[in-house]
Design a protein around this ligand. Structure first.
Ligand code: ZN
Length: 78
């Protein structure tokens, strides 16, 4: 298991063993975010998706989540 120094919790933790999403965004998350913090975001994003009625299959709508995700994970703009 690879380790990361997590941008969100600032601890050394286990890296994701898969790309959580396609492209550079997924690579950045994988290289900067630990598994527990990613799982927190997954839970948070479910609430946001329900609350805002975001259709995640639609790339245009999915984009609305990226700035919120960047802030939540303390990553640069995604
Ligand atoms: Zn973390």
């Amino acid at each position: 298991m690879a380790e990361v120094t997590c941008a969100r919790c600032e601890k050394v933790g286990t890296a994701l063993d898969h790309l959580p999403m396609a492209g550079a965004r997924g690579a950045l998350v994988r290289s900067r975010i630990c598994v527990p913090c990613w799982e927190l975001w997954v839970e948070e994003s479910k609430l946001l998706i329900n609350h805002h009625g975001i259709e995640v299959a639609d790339p245009q709508q999915r984009k609305r989540l990226y700035p919120i995700m960047a802030e939540f994970l303390k990553l640069p703009e995604l």
